[in-house]
Design a protein around this ligand. Structure first.
Ligand SMILES: *Cc1c(COP(=O)(O)O)cnc(C)c1O
Length: 476
């Protein structure tokens, strides 16, 4: 078998896209630059762009641009294309459903695909109790509906969320989201009855001299909830089991469990927002499973449908059924084409053991990232699970956030034909989210390029003084 065959076989979701990095122009190239000018004249500037190469094809681990460049994808369109951007099974399901019918509105005249997606979600999400699901268009819409359902069930109003949390950009989910810039700035007033608690953030808790253990962090959070909100007023606690946009923050062991116990004791609906972590991304189907936490409700989106817009709320039947008939829905929610895509994607994830592939990606990438951190004192923390991995960058020898270094490494990666993303409350986290179907050769090549990018940025830094300055959590 030739090298090329090997790559194609490894990237089951590649379609016809050659699984090779190739740079034929600077990034972005001339045709992308032309399109960028058109974009800037036609598209509202509030819609940002991370890497302005305009895409003509994508699949497996490769994105092809209008100039003929082939970039390695370490972003998966923000954790969406777990099965690849042009997975043949998904593409065939979409084509066949689109030819049959594109829409009727499930609330007007229903169709089987919607029911089958709900059955799959009820079967796959944590917890072996009776469940129901409802389908929507976007992650934010799913989170909004989880809150509606929890309020209808508990007859309470307050919603508790966490520092660094991200739940979307609609009005209620902006209120639930922690970070002002760019998500909330100038867009208020926000929805009321939203309360924010401190998150377990092992790296920064330790840097701040706090007990960084999960139970201690939970005790700090729950004492605020008790004193400032009152458990009996709380409808729902909404949390990402591993935070996404906030910086790929994995809470210390025991944190989620303690919150779930508290919710059970006080009749609060525990909502796991698995929109970024779901569908194999972290090495299990859902990230809640790593700690054996069983949420009452789970919100899903991103990885659910191979790139087609679909989202869901799934959970305990008695909670899900608390909303009155007609209270949930939407014109497009559970669109038949998106449902067909989801059924194909879910089958690819299960049959292809993509959660196992995610674990393998972590096994390959984490040791290399740790090795980089050994060499560069500005890699403050390396973390993540499966194919949801991140490096938090700091001023050399301190814990002071260094967003400019994240931007510099990102740029160095982009110039080498790697699609990488940053995140984090302080903008100083570089995150890696390869498609779960990426071939191992391509992944190893990406790691070599990441290493080059870090070394290039590191070479431009002043060496750390022998006596490192005092650790600080200042982010300014
Ligand atoms: C992306 C994301 C959302 C919002 O999903 P949209 O589809 O962009 O509305 C909500 N929660 C989490 C954890 C996310 O990562």
């Amino acid at each position: 078998m030739t090298q090329t065959d090997h790559r194609v076989v490894e990237s089951a979701g590649a379609g016809s896209v050659p699984q090779e990095r190739k740079l034929v122009t600077p990034i972005p190239g001339p045709r992308s630059t032309e399109l960028l000018a058109r974009r800037n004249a036609a598209v509202a500037q509030g819609v940002s762009v991370t890497l302005p190469v305009f895409v003509t094809a994508a699949g497996g681990g490769i994105i092809v641009d209008v100039d003929g460049n082939q970039l390695i994808d370490l972003g998966s369109g923000i954790a969406v294309t777990n099965v690849g951007n042009a997975n043949p099974a998904v593409a065939a399901a979409v084509a066949s459903q689109a030819a049959a019918f594109t829409h009727t509105c499930f609330m007007v005249t229903p169709y089987e695909g919607y029911v089958a997606v709900c059955e799959a979600l009820n079967r796959l999400t944590p917890g072996d109790f009776e469940k129901r699901s409802a389908l929507f268009n976007s992650g934010a819409e799913a989170v909004e509906n989880a809150v509606k359902i929890a309020r209808a069930y508990t007859k309470r109003q307050a919603v508790v969320v966490f520092d660094h949390g991200y739940h979307g950009r609609t009005n209620l989910t902006m209120a639930l989201t922690a970070k002002n810039m760019p998500y909330k700035h100038s867009f208020g007033p926000f929805a009321p009855e939203v309360y924010r608690l401190p998150m377990s953030y092992p790296y920064r808790d330790a840097a701040a001299g706090l007990d960084a253990s999960g139970p201690a962090a939970a005790a700090r959070a729950l004492s605020i909830l008790d004193k400032q909100v009152g458990a009996e007023n709380v409808a729902a606690l909404v949390i990402e089991p591993i935070q996404g946009e906030g910086g790929f923050i994995e809470p210390a062991p025991g944190f989620l469990g303690a919150l779930a116990d508290y919710c059970r004791e006080h009749g609060i609906v525990f909502v796991a927002d698995e929109i970024q972590t779901g569908f194999g991304r972290t090495g299990s189907l859902f990230a809640s499973e790593h700690e054996g936490v069983v949420p009452d409700l789970v919100t899903t989106a991103k990885g659910i449908a191979g790139g087609m817009p679909l989202a869901a709320v799934t959970g305990r039947a008695e909670i899900m059924d608390a909303a009155h008939v007609g209270g949930l829905g939407g014109t497009y929610g559970g669109n038949p084409v998106a449902c067909a895509a989801a059924l194909a994607a879910i089958e690819e994830i299960e049959a292809g053991d993509l959660a196992g592939r995610a674990r393998r990606i972590g096994e390959i990438m984490l040791p290399e990232l740790h090795a980089l951190a050994e060499r560069h004192s500005w890699l403050g923390d390396v973390r993540g699970r499966g194919a949801m991995l991140a490096v938090e960058l700091v001023e050399p020898g301190t814990t002071t956030a260094a967003p400019q270094l994240a931007a510099a490494v990102n740029k160095a990666c982009h110039q080498r034909g790697l699609v990488t993303l940053s995140c984090g409350t302080y903008g100083n986290v570089l995150r890696f989210l390869p498609p779960l179907v990426i071939g191992e050769d391509l992944l190893r090549e990406a790691l070599t390029l990441i290493t080059e990018a870090f070394d290039e940025v590191g070479a431009g830094l002043t060496p750390v003084p022998a006596t490192a300055p005092e650790a600080t959590t200042d982010v300014d």
